[in-house]
Design a binder for this molecule. Structure first.
Ligand code: ARG
Length: 400
């Protein structure tokens, strides 16, 4: 049995109860690691709560910059949207937290790490597979998966053991948030027909409350890396936070979907990720003018695979690395700007320009500047259709 455990500590109900429970039931010392991945909140209070719950040590690590550049950025360059929609909010933060659990385990001389995920979700997969990929020698403990307590049992357990918690019975949602966005699940949303309650949203305004006046935001990229908004250079984590505020105020960026979890369950999920969705839209748009056709199509074919890998907890895998190498090689000329126009409930590209774009005005124009060799078209088109023309001539039957 483990002697010393580093627990990924969020400050929420489950992980607070887990501190005491691991110590009492498994007789291990618990070191809490709270990761700042851009969720906001008072981390001093989180640290204090960890110690009050019985942790022997509690450490807060600011992972925002690392999270943005090493995890969010590669996914954004891959235009990664799971099942075509979800920008991988939680899926992206788990590997960076797993990495720092391992670092902390070494630092504090722990022989195990622990997480507060249930047995029904994806996050257990991501933490465990991630930790084992980095440190196969460490044990990974999942107290919530074995303790068999309901939410009410946990609240009662906390009261009984003087564990400070913030939860009340009023808002029964499970929320996970970070720089990429927010995931909100459970409560009445477990009925996929039920409209999401109005009080779940924090990053996005209701469309009715959005400014009536449209607004433009210009995002600049260098080799596929977002570098500035409206000419102001910002580190990626700040850029994303700012874009989230601006775009969210227009009521863009909410998702309501039923998705396929890795463990085989269909689950109804709501998300808000205004900044990430805007950034992916802008990036994809800039690619339309900078990537050669075949590269763009092959990249589009690989993007869903990339998203699945990340969603399924295989961030630290040879395939993800190989796909990143491919994506990286496509981004050399993804340098330029995209103008996003914001209107109530909408955020869409309304212009793009690139330093070495492949859009050639003289080829595309119908004006006098036209440099396209029209005489080449006739032979090309005839050969393009020659095979079907031959069928028509010899065999017919192509009329329906
Ligand atoms: N369904 C999403 C995912 O698997 C969100 C999970 C959110 N986690 C949470 N503890 N609420 O990535």
């Amino acid at each position: 049995m483990a002697k010393r455990v580093v627990l990924a500590y969020s400050g929420g109900l489950d992980t607070s109860v887990a501190v005491k429970w691991i110590a009492d039931e498994w007789g291990a010392e618990v070191v809490c690691l709270a990761a700042d991945v851009g969720q906001g909140g008072d981390f001093e209070a989180v640290r204090a709560r960890a110690l009050a719950a019985g942790a022997v040590e509690a450490k807060v690590v600011d992972l925002r910059a690392e999270f943005a550049t090493d995890y969010v950025l590669p996914a954004m360059r891959a235009n990664a949207l799971y099942e075509g929609k979800y920008p991988l909010v939680s899926a992206l933060s788990r590997p960076v937290i797993a990495k720092h659990l391992v670092i902390a385990a070494r630092e504090f001389g722990a022989d195990a790490v622990a997480h507060g995920c249930t047995g029904k979700g994806n996050d257990q997969v991501r933490f465990e597979v991630g930790v084992r990929a980095l440190a196969p020698d460490l044990e990974v403990l999942a107290p919530v998966r074995v303790w068999g307590m309901t939410r009410d049992d946990c609240i009662a357990y906390a009261a009984q053991h003087d564990i400070p918690i913030q939860q009340s019975k009023a808002k029964p949602y499970s929320i996970d948030d970070n720089l990429v966005g927010r995931a909100i699940e459970c409560g009445e949303m477990e009925d996929p027909w039920a409209r999401p309650p109005g009080d779940i949203w924090e990053l996005t305004a209701d469309v009715a409350d959005a400014p009536a006046q449209p607004r433009d935001v210009v995002v600049a990229f260098e080799a596929g890396v977002p570098v500035s908004i409206d000419g102001r250079a910002l580190p990626l984590h700040e850029l994303l936070a700012e874009l989230t505020t601006v775009v969210g105020s227009y009521g863009f960026g909410r998702l309501d979907m039923v998705e396929n979890r890795r463990v085989g369950i269909k689950s109804r999920e709501t998300y808000e990720a205004p900044g990430s969705l805007a950034l992916i839209a802008a990036h994809q748009d800039l690619e339309s003018i900078t990537l050669e056709r075949d590269v763009m199509r092959e990249k589009a074919r690989l993007e869903p695979r990339y998203s699945e890998l990340v969603y399924d907890g295989l961030w630290f895998s040879p395939l993800r690395r190989a796909l990143d190498a491919f994506v990286d090689s496509t981004q050399e000329h993804v340098t330029g700007e995209v103008r996003l126009t914001l209107e109530p409930g909408r955020c869409a590209p309304s212009g793009r320009r690139a330093v070495k774009g492949l859009y050639d005005y003289e080829l595309a124009t119908y004006d006098a500047a036209d440099a396209f060799r029209h005489e080449d078209a006739a032979g090309f088109v005839r050969l393009w259709g020659l095979s079907t023309e031959t069928v028509a001539r010899r065999q017919g039957g192509l009329d329906g």
